[in-house]
Each structure stands twice: as structure tokens, then as C-alpha cells.
Design a protein around this ligand. Structure first.
Ligand code: FAD
Length: 368
């Protein structure tokens, strides 16, 4: 019988930040479906993400004492976003200070740091399939990379398993449900014949009440949209491609396509830190910006926040729910503020007014 102090399901930014910052005596197991520690298998089951580190995420990277290695940075680094409003037929450019990253390499770097800790074990290529919470421990059924099924026991379980979290589902089945918006995102990679010197954000209600994007990555561009989950996701994505084609983008030859769920919290009531012996971090906790889908800073901050709520006392691990809830408070506040901003960004009347006013936009020099 394998026993751990803490079992973490998910080795994305939230789970690996937590694992890397655990008190040194804590024996932890990280379970992840991906192969982030095996160079040749890195991109199998790759996380679908735009790969943009916004200024908040950059600040958290700094606060955690981390830096980005060269293989994490991707070209081009661009400093503007072209916003296209298909409702008002207006467009504006805005300055943006994102860092464009290879999300898989970023996650691999973080997980390597966690795996280097002497009491942290990482099972990659492993899937958590069932949970049972008892009074003194939580058991998790795991299918290992070898195909073998095992049960592991932890004093505490952490769900760091992202938007489709099975740990959150388990917690909510037993207790209170926290309503949260669910979006289906489709991303396609297309050849980019000439360099794109900006990111693109498009707004069109026939596609989504959220937004769609184009992100240059090397000699390709990622086109993606966050579409309300429902039967007409594909039709709406096709409309987005028609919109892009009308602006001169060639989106006729997808090289790769990925789908994923994106959560969209409704105010802070959508966020939950878990219950009993089970804790939730990152997107599993409902932590993601409802106005931009930025989730990396929330994942890093909640992982670090939970690590700060753990202590090693009298030969055993203890987690203070109160300390973790306190750490979640500024993240919940940030989500609440962004929820208030959303109607201005995504309501067509407000957006048209903002575009018309040219507030915060930059004017572009004419190309020769
Ligand atoms: C299309 C798209 C574009 C996005 N673009 C951006 C962006 O540009 N910038 C930004 O900041 N945010 C972006 N986000 C949001 C961001 O990706 C997430 O909020 C962030 O990854 C959350 O981190 P996490 O560690 O909580 O979860 P995740 O990164 O989702 O990690 C969860 C991990 O758990 C593992 N896992 C899941 N279930 C199991 C299981 N049962 N057993 C074992 N392992 C499991 C997965 O393999 C994964 O490694 C985007 C999201 C999407 C879908």
C-alpha cells in the first residue's frame, strides 16, 4: 500500500508550483497524464493554450523567484493587439506587454523543479480515475503508464487537474455545487506566410459572447475561440474562420487542431478551495479570468498559496484551510473585479462606445 502526505492530481502550473514549494519533509505524489519529464514525449496530450504570459503572470513568476529559459520563449514577441469588432465593424490597436511562450516547455520546466525535490514523486502518463475520502485519509485509484491500476493513499488530496477536474466533480457531488460557466475552445494552427506583428482579438456574437483570437507562433498562427458549450460549437467556429478570411487571413489549411474546456467564473461564488481533506488549486478551483481567459497567474498563485498553508508538525503534515482561504481572497477579489469589467468588454453597445472614443488605443504609422 503506497502512502503519501499529499497526493496532487495534475502537474500543470498549479500542481507543480505547489509540489515545488512543499515543506521539505512532506512526502508527495504528483499524478499527471502527460509526459512532461520525457523529452521525446513532451508534446503528447499537449495542453491547449494560447501561451501568453500577461503582466500579472510575469509578476508572479518574478515573485516566485523563477525565470524563463530560452526554450520557453517563442518567436515572435509582439507588443500590440489588433481588436476587431464584427458588430460595429470597427477595429483598434492596443499596446500589450505579453510574453509569448511555448506552454509545454513552460509546464515541463515547472514540473522538473518539483520532481527535483527529494520527497516528491512524479508519476507521468498516469491517470487518476476514482477518489474515496475517509475520515483520516483519501484514496485515489490510478491507472499508471504501464496500464497497471493501483490505489494510493494520502492524508490530503489536491485537485490541480484543470478545467475538467474530476477532483472538483467529486467534491461537488458530495457537497455544495459552485456554478461556473463552461466554454468549449477550439484552436487550429495554420501556416503564416508573412510575419504577423500583433495578436488579434475578435468580437462577434454570432461566434461567441466571449472572444476569439489569433496568436503568431514561429511561422504559424494559432487561431482559437472560446465558445459557449453547446451543440453548435463547430458552426460558430466556422463563422469565426469566415470572419478571419474576410480580413485577409488564410485559414484554409489547418496543420493541427486541439479542443479544451475553458471555465468562466461568474463572480467569486464560482471559486471553491475544496472541502474536508480535499483542496483545489488553479482552474480546478475555478480560478481563471472571466474577462480574458488568463489562468496561468491564478494557477501559480493558488499553488504557492496552498503550499504556504501547509506545515510539518509533530512528525505529520497539517493543512490550514483558513490560511488557504486567506490566500484565495485576493484571487477571488480579482475575479470579482474582472467580472464587473466583462459587460463593458463583451456588451456590444459599451464596446462600440469604447472603440469610438479610441480610449487607450494606439495609432499606427502607415506602412510604406
Ligand atoms: C485554448 C486556451 C487558451 C488559453 N490561453 C491562455 C493564455 O494565453 N494565457 C493564460 O494565462 N491562460 C490561458 N488559458 C488558461 C490556462 O491554460 C489555464 O487556466 C491554466 O493552464 C490552469 O493551470 P492548472 O495548473 O490549474 O491546470 P492545467 O494547466 O489544465 O493542468 C492540469 C493538469 O492536470 C492533468 N490532469 C487532468 N486530469 C487528470 C487526471 N484525471 N489524472 C492525471 N492528470 C490529470 C493534465 O494532464 C494537466 O497537466 C487558456 C486556456 C485554454 C483552454
Amino acid at each position: 500500500m503506497e502512502q503519501f502526505d499529499v497526493i496532487i492530481v495534475g502537474g500543470g502550473p498549479a500542481g507543480s508550483t505547489l509540489a515545488a514549494r512543499l515543506p521539505k519533509h512532506v512526502k508527495a505524489l504528483v499524478i499527471d497524464q502527460r509526459y512532461l519529464l520525457t523529452e521525446e514525449r513532451l508534446y503528447e496530450r499537449e495542453k491547449s493554450c494560447g501561451g501568453l504570459l500577461d503582466e500579472t503572470a510575469q509578476k508572479v513568476v518574478a515573485q516566485l523567484g523563477l525565470s524563463l529559459s530560452r526554450n520557453v520563449m517563442v518567436e515572435p514577441q509582439v507588443f500590440a493587439i489588433r481588436a476587431l469588432d464584427f458588430e460595429s465593424q470597427m477595429e483598434r490597436y492596443y499596446q500589450r506587454k505579453y510574453v509569448n511562450i511555448d506552454r509545454t516547455q513552460f509546464d515541463a520546466d515547472l514540473l522538473r523543479r518539483a520532481a527535483a525535490r527529494p520527497r516528491v514523486t512524479v508519476w507521468q502518463g498516469a491517470t487518476a480515475r476514482g477518489i474515496c475520502e475517509g475520515p483520516h485519509a483519501v484514496s485515489v485509484k490510478v491507472r499508471k503508464a504501464t496500464g497497471e491500476s493501483v490505489t494510493v493513499y494520502g492524508r490530503y488530496l489536491v485537485g490541480a487537474d484543470g478545467a475538467g477536474s474530476m477532483v472538483r466533480s467529486y467534491v461537488e457531488k458530495k457537497g455544495k455545487k459552485h456554478e461556473i460557466g463552461r466554454y468549449a475552445s477550439i484552436q487550429e494552427w495554420h501556416p503564416m506566410p508573412k510575419p504577423l506583428p500583433y495578436y488579434v482579438a475578435t468580437f462577434h456574437e454570432a461566434v461567441t459572447d466571449f472572444y476569439s483570437w489569433v496568436i503568431p507562433e514561429g511561422d504559424q498562427m494559432i487561431i482559437g475561440s472560446a465558445i459557449p458549450a453547446g451543440p453548435d460549437v463547430q458552426r460558430r467556429f466556422d463563422q469565426f474562420k469566415v470572419d478571419l478570411a474576410s480580413k485577409g487571413f488564410d485559414v484554409s489549411t489547418p496543420l493541427k487542431r486541439r479542443g479544451a474546456i475553458i471555465l468562466r467564473p461568474r463572480f467569486w461564488g464560482s471559486v471553491t478551495g475544496g472541502s474536508g481533506r480535499i483542496f483545489l488549486v488553479g482552474e480546478a478551483a475555478g480560478l481563471i479570468s472571466p474577462s480574458s481567459c488568463e489562468g496561468i497567474s491564478f494557477a501559480l498563485r493558488s499553488g504557492a498559496g496552498l503550499a504556504g498553508a501547509l506545515s510539518w508538525q509533530a512528525g505529520g503534515v497539517a493543512v490550514s484551510r483558513m490560511r488557504y482561504e486567506k490566500a484565495l481572497l485576493p484571487l477571488k477579489m480579482s475575479i470579482a473585479l474582472k467580472s464587473l469589467k466583462s459587460p463593458i468588454m463583451y456588451g456590444k453597445t459599451w464596446r462600440a462606445l469604447v472603440f469610438k472614443s479610441r480610449a487607450l488605443s494606439i495609432s499606427m504609422y502607415k506602412n510604406e
